[in-house]
Structures are given as structure tokens and as C-alpha cells.
Design a protein around this ligand. Structure first.
Ligand SMILES: NC(=O)c1ccc[n+]([C@@H]2O[C@H](COP(=O)([O-])OP(=O)(O)OC[C@H]3O[C@@H](n4cnc5c(N)ncnc54)[C@H](OP(=O)(O)O)[C@@H]3O)[C@@H](O)[C@H]2O)c1
Length: 304
């Protein structure tokens, strides 16, 4: 089974139903060389994962360029088969950016445009399919962000825009000035906030699908030994046996995919076998009581 494409809003753009998150493909994780990244990209494309999620900061500003080198190794025809997403706005302290004196946000017109241009250069492409503001800044001037987006769109450098980690009111503030096609947010059983704070309600109303980061809970689920996590893991493991001896990541993804918001998970694995597993999650129709069993285990109490 190949993974399908899906419209993130009724008028597009279209992304793959599962997105490959590359945050740990580079220096912040597996530290893949360009040829190894080429193999990962090729594997993703073979199974229908055509969308790749970046941020300028990944690998302390190095992963985009390793990925760009990997793309070059795959030949020119490959770019048309994929969608590249990246983010801007966070300034990290690192030797690669000696001007960054302190971790901060910059959503000025100039910074956003420069950042997009630098990502294009690093990724060795002439357009981005989707460009996101990584985090809301208390200093965000929505009209200035809109001006930057408009310039990038008119110049053919970016095809669609969105945000990440925005509250519903922050989203609406910017959406009043420019078209946004997604809000990329954290959601998993140990962080179900989006179900309750209006984030998903608002996106359903606007017919916009969220992209979900850490859809498996990342290190919170797999590496923590806290009582709550162990209780959750017991339930997930039991359900993994019930649904055909699948792995825990399949159950966690299926749980997220059951929500009517139509989430697009950004899966952060560095292993091809786990990318393959995502197809099992797409095919798994979780029973409603099992969905609540996971929620109860994660929150530590039954619903009211
Ligand atoms: N917008 C934002 O602010 C933001 C923030 C963070 C991340 N992101 C994006 O979201 C993507 C995903 O984030 P994430 O990496 O935190 O998410 P994740 O997909 O929830 O977690 C991935 C981690 O789980 C491990 N894992 C998966 N299945 C496993 C299993 N069965 N057993 C043990 N370990 C398992 C993976 O290890 P292996 O590599 O060994 O499979 C990897 O370390 C990132 O790559 C990035 O693109 C965005």
C-alpha cells in the first residue's frame, strides 16, 4: 500500500498523509551523511511519503544543507515529486550564527525574507511548498509578517504559508492579514491540550488540517520512566497485541488519526522500518473505547 496525498485545506496544497520530519536526521540525531539521507528520501518517496518537514535551525542550522546535498545526489527530477516544508523565526545561539547573542524570535519582514532565501539556498531548490512561522513571538506585528509572505509569494519563492505552535487567537490575528494553510502543533496522549484549548475546534471550523509534531510523544513516550508513562505504555502494548501484534508507534499514530480534525502526523523517525509502519496505522480503525483507554492512561483519570 502506498501512502496517499491529502489536501491540507479544500483548495490545497496537497501533502502526503504522513510527513517525514527530518529534525533528527542530521546533527541533532542520526547524523546521516548526504548519501544516507538520499537513501532515506528515496525510501520515503517509494512508499508515498512525499512531504519533508524542516526548520532552518535543525542541526544548529546544518540539516537543511545536508538534505540539499542529498537531493542533488538523487537528480533533478526528484524535486517535482516532493513537497518541502520549512520554518523560520527562531534565533539560536550557535557558532554558525555569531550574531545571535541570545535565544530569541525574529518575525520582522527582513528576517523572514532572508530566512526563506537562505533555506532555498541550503535545500538547493528555487521554491518552498510551505513556509511556517516556527513559534509565535510576543513582538509579532501581523501586517509585517503578511508583507513578507506576500513578497515571497510574488517572487515565486514560496507557494503556501502557515504557522506552528500558535494559540487559536494568535492564529486568528495573523489569519486576518494573510492566508494560512496550517498550524503545526504538538499532540499525543501525553500532550492532549489541542483537544481542549480550541486549537482543533477552530481548525475544523476553518477546514484546515493541522500538522502534528511529536505525534508519538517523541522522547516523552519512549525514553521516560515516570509512572504515568509506564501506565500508558502498558495500555498501548496491550492494544498493540489486540490489533495484530503491531508496534507501539502504530497504536499511537492510529490514536491521533482517529480525531476528526484530520491531523497530518509529522513522524520523526530515522528508521525506514518505522516509516513503513505508518501504513499500518493508516489502515487501523481504533475502537472508541480503546481511544479513551489511552486517554485515561495518559491523563491518569477517567473522563468526567
Ligand atoms: N514545529 C515544531 O515546533 C516542532 C517541534 C519538534 C519537532 N517538530 C517536527 O516534528 C517531527 C517529529 O518530532 P519528534 O521526533 O519529536 O516526534 P515523534 O515522531 O513523536 O518521535 C520520534 C522519536 O521516537 C522514536 N521512536 C519511534 N517509534 C519508536 C519505537 N517503536 N520504539 C522506540 N522509539 C521509537 C524515534 O526513534 P528512531 O529514530 O530510532 O525511530 C524518534 O526518536 C520532527 O522531525 C520535526 O520535523 C516540529
Amino acid at each position: 500500500m502506498t501512502i496517499d496525498q491529502i489536501n491540507i485545506t479544500p483548495n490545497g496544497p496537497s501533502l502526503s498523509r504522513i510527513v517525514a520530519g527530518v529534525m533528527t536526521w542530521g546533527e541533532w540525531g542520526a547524523d546521516y551523511a548526504p548519501n544516507q539521507m538520499s537513501d532515506m528520501i528515496r525510501h520515503c518517496l517509494d512508499i508515498g511519503i512525499t512531504t519533508f518537514d524542516h526548520a532552518d535551525i535543525y542541526g544548529h542550522y546544518s540539516t537543511e544543507s545536508t538534505f540539499g546535498e542529498a537531493l542533488t545526489g538523487l537528480g533533478t527530477s526528484v524535486r517535482a515529486q516532493m513537497q518541502l516544508v520549512t520554518k523560520c523565526g527562531i534565533r539560536l545561539e550557535t557558532h554558525r550564527r555569531p550574531d545571535n547573542m541570545i535565544k530569541s524570535y525574529d518575525l520582522s519582514r527582513k528576517y523572514i525574507i532572508n530566512s526563506a532565501e537562505r533555506s532555498l539556498q541550503n535545500l538547493r531548490t528555487d521554491y518552498l511548498d510551505l513556509f511556517l512561522i516556527h513559534r509565535p513571538s510576543p513582538l509579532m506585528d501581523p501586517s509585517e509578517v503578511a508583507e513578507a509572505f506576500s513578497r515571497l509569494e510574488q517572487d515565486g519563492k514560496v507557494r503556501a504559508f502557515g504557522v506552528s505552535n500558535f494559540s487559536p487567537s494568535q492564529f486568528n490575528l495573523l489569519a486576518g492579514c494573510t492566508k494560512l494553510v496550517t498550524n503545526q502543533v504538538e499532540c499525543h496522549p501525553l500532550h492532549p491540550k489541542c483537544f481542549y484549548d480550541g486549537t482543533f475546534d477552530e481548525l475544523i471550523t476553518a477546514k484546515i488540517r493541522p500538522m502534528i509534531w511529536s505525534p508519538l510523544g517523541g522522547s516523552k513516550y519512549f525514553k521516560s520512566e515516570g509512572t504515568g508513562v509506564l501506565r500508558l505504555r502498558d495500555v498501548v502494548k496491550t492494544l498493540a497485541r489486540k490489533y495484530g501484534n503491531v508496534s507501539e508507534d502504530v497504536i499511537l499514530l492510529a490514536w491521533l488519526l482517529k480525531h476528526p480534525v484530520g491531523a497530518i502526523p509529522v513522524v520523526g523517525t530515522t528508521k525506514t522500518s518505522r516509516l513503513d509502519n505508518t501504513r499500518l496505522a493508516l489502515a487501523l480503525d481504533m475502537e472508541t473505547q480503546d481511544w479513551f483507554a489511552i486517554l485515561e492512561a495518559a491523563t491518569g483519570h477517567e473522563v468526567a
